[in-house]
Design a protein around this ligand. Structure first.
Ligand code: SAH
Length: 211
């Protein structure tokens, strides 16, 4: 399996540019990934639509626009080690792996974690480490991280994720339940600053038992 641009992926990136995504490194990282490998074969013909797609277990592969938007928020020179919560299909993980030195990703549904791990290995993305676990708890043994990205909506700001960021670190997270908004949160010592980005729609960051 190889990374590489295709006519469909180049067309999708053109649409993303029109929606305001302007970081060419992010667009390249998205264009390089064979998105059809991240969904069920029956949905492969829709893989290049700029839309969210089901990945089983009641979960969804995020819309390319939101993957691009969230990734763009992380593009700072001093960000090298990234924690992702909600691996899902592994598509966002594959984007991050091309842009940052090390990516750690936590997923609560075992079967999704297993499939994502296999896809990422098949694409030779060896700077990615996945774990079956509860994202509310982060990945304490690998902390501190330069940035954390959460791809499920949290009802409250997960304290442990803030603690696992280095000073000056960045957290990109959808907050809310019915009404959700994307926020960029920066940690400065013991205080945080929160910047509103835009309204979003994600599956919930689930509390409790692993599946
Ligand atoms: N970035 C993924 C989005 C998947 S949807 C993609 O593009 O495919 C969100 C994911 O978050 C789901 O797979 C869901 O199982 C996972 N999730 C929800 N609550 C979680 C938790 N507490 N810990 C870890 N993962 C969680």
């Amino acid at each position: 399996m190889q990374l590489g641009r295709t006519p469909q992926s180049i067309y999708l990136c053109q649409q993303l540019r029109e929606q305001g995504i302007c970081d060419e490194k992010v667009l390249d990282a998205i264009a390089n990934i064979p998105r059809q490998l991240f969904v069920d074969e029956a949905l492969a013909h829709q893989a290049w639509d700029n839309a969210a797609l089901p990945i089983g277990q009641g979960q969804t592969l995020s819309q390319p626009y939101i993957v691009a938007r969230m990734t763009e928020l992380l593009m700072q020179a001093n960000i090298k080690r990234v924690l992702e919560i909600g691996t899902g299909s592994g598509f966002q993980t594959a984007v991050l792996a091309q842009l940052f030195d090390e990516v750690y990703s936590v997923e609560r549904i075992k079967v999704l974690q297993f499939q994502a791990k296999r896809r990422l290995k098949n694409l030779d993305l060896h700077n990615v480490f996945t774990k079956h676990g509860d994202g509310w708890l982060g990945w304490p043994t690998k902390a501190p991280f330069d940035a954390v990205i959460v791809t499920a909506a949290a009802a409250l700001l997960p304290e442990q994720l803030v603690e696992q960021m280095r000073d000056g670190g960045l957290l990109v997270i959808p907050l809310g339940s019915e009404q959700q908004s994307l926020f960029k949160i920066e940690r400065h010592g013991h205080s945080v600053t929160q910047t509103y980005i835009e309204p979003v729609r994600f599956v919930p960051l689930v509390n409790g038992e692993l599946a």
